[in-house]
Ligand binder design. Structure first.
Ligand code: G2I
Length: 449
């Protein structure tokens, strides 16, 4: 089998490359000057370049019909080095009539990506959902044969162009049963998943073959355990499988779990790569995005992260504003947090540095709350005092437009707010109009009175 390394994307240019050019131009020996370069990895300035510095990729779902949107394509081409077609490789798109294959939109994405040096994740060969009508109406051995033919044809068409395939998607039931999801494919026999993997391996021996699912992030959940048992069984019996995709759609009903890193490392310990394949997080809290990135970086076999869309307006859950860019294409605080985490430094802190308490101890901790396309909320939690005064600064041209649970006053610039407790408790909040700037407000001081 041809082993493809997914973690070897290197930026074509970057701080190191530029440094080398400058040094060469100055007539200096690179071998001598290398000793004077900082010992740490150079910090990338885009998600893809920074991920590559860490031996990983950073990707996004892409819709073919958005490639002509200039803002969309500009961000895609600048930031990402991996692409997953959002819908264009699904069964209904690639085999709309039985035996008649249609690759136009998928090829468009693949060509766009590969001509710019981005890798492609294939999604998805066998799934109970988004089946064309003809397949929905099939069952038994005819369906099994049709499914295997589909896997073979599509994986063959894209052979050599797709680095990893989500061979089977979402085959397990939600809830506590740990059972397979009922579907027409499942009813063809419990071995349908391994049959699909064997067909994919035969068709494209060089592609990594992944099992992909959602709600498999919390290590204690029955569904996570069920997927784990499937992968362990496949590895033990020699069924070809190379990777597990955790979709990681996080929201209030399905939050980022504290044991996410455990889940990643336990899957990796089975001898498969782990990929975060469809990341989005309701409200895009910077701290949660940072945690996800740091968890992946902590597990050497976590080879990359894909976010499920570019701008909030591109998301399948647009009302949750779960992505890294606003509808107008501006970088959100979550973007800054992801980039900083990839660069290995501390992220712009979610909490301001703990405040020195000159007049008596209190600490004010700021967190990101809801975000909209033009403004965002922040919440500040005060500990150590019940009568307090907290000073918060925003970055011009930002403006605080409303506050709650405190009594505010302002300096002459309007950028620095002094908030005093008013008996409403120890958490106050405020809304900041971004005016194009998404820098997190800073806690300047906390004073007990
Ligand atoms: O549902 C979120 C994702 C869960 N994991 C598997 C992914 O494949 C899935 O992606 C979503 C796409 O983001 C949506 O764009 O899958 C949906 C379908 O299951 C996609 O929605 C479909 C709509 O249902 C169709 O009405 C629409 O024609 O998108 C199509 C193309 O815009």
């Amino acid at each position: 089998m041809i082993e493809r390394c997914q973690g070897n994307i290197r930026p074509k240019s970057g701080p190191r490359a530029r440094t080398a050019v400058v040094l060469a131009a100055a007539g200096l020996l690179a071998v001598t000057t290398a000793a004077f370069l900082p010992g740490t990895a150079s910090a990338g300035t885009t998600l893809g370049a920074s991920a590559a510095e860490r031996g990983r990729y950073f990707g996004t779902a892409v819709a073919a019909n958005k490639l002509s949107d200039n803002t969309y394509a500009t961000i895609l081409n600048r930031e990402f080095n991996s692409v997953t077609p959002e819908n264009e490789m699904k069964i209904d798109a690639t085999e709309p009539q039985q035996g008649q294959f249609s690759y136009g939109a998928a090829d468009q994405i693949v060509n766009h990506a590969r001509s710019r040096g981005m890798q492609v994740r294939g999604h998805t060969l066998a799934w109970h959902s988004q089946q064309p009508g003809w397949m929905q109406n099939m069952s038994g051995s005819a369906l099994r044969q049709a499914m295997l033919n589909h896997v073979t044809q599509v994986a063959t068409h894209f052979r050599g162009q797709v680095v990893a395939w989500d061979v089977v998607n979402e085959a397990f039931a939600d809830g506590s049963s740990g059972a397979r999801r009922d579907s027409n494919l499942q009813r063809t026999g419990n071995d349908w998943i391994e049959a699909a993997f064997r067909a994919a391996r035969a068709a494209d021996p060089g592609a990594k073959l992944c099992y992909n699912d959602y709600n498999t992030d919390d290590w204690t959940h029955a569904k996570t355990q069920a997927v784990y048992n499937l992968v362990r069984d496949f590895k033990q019996r020699g069924v070809p499988i190379d990777c597990v995709g955790l979709q990681s759609h996080f929201n209030s009903g399905s939050p980022y779990p504290g044991n996410y890193r455990t889940t990643l490392s336990n899957f990796a310990a089975l001898g498969v790569d782990v990929q975060i394949t469809e990341l989005d997080i309701e409200g895009a809290p910077a701290a949660t995005y940072r945690n996800v990135v740091q968890d992946c970086l902590a597990v050497s076999r976590c080879t990359g992260i894909t976010v499920w869309g570019i701008r909030d307006t591109d998301s399948w859950r647009a009302s949750q504003n779960p992505l890294l860019f606003t509808g107008s294409g501006a970088k959100k605080p979550a973007y800054d947090a992801v980039l900083a985490a990839l660069n290995g430094g501390s992220t712009p802190p979610t909490t301001g540095p703990p405040t020195p308490p000159p007049g008596g101890g209190c600490t004010a901790t700021l967190r990101d709350a809801t975000r909209w396309s033009d403004r965002f909320n922040s919440e500040v939690t005060v500990s150590g005092a019940s009568n307090w005064t907290v000073v918060v600064a925003v970055t011009p041209p930002q403006k605080i437009s409303s506050t709650w649970n405190g009594t505010p006053s302002w300096d002459t610039s309007g950028n620095v707010m002094t908030m005093r407790s008013n008996g409403s408790g120890n958490v106050f909040g405020f809304t900041t109009m971004a005016n194009g700037t998404w820098t997190r407000p800073q806690v300047r001081s906390c004073t007990a009175s």
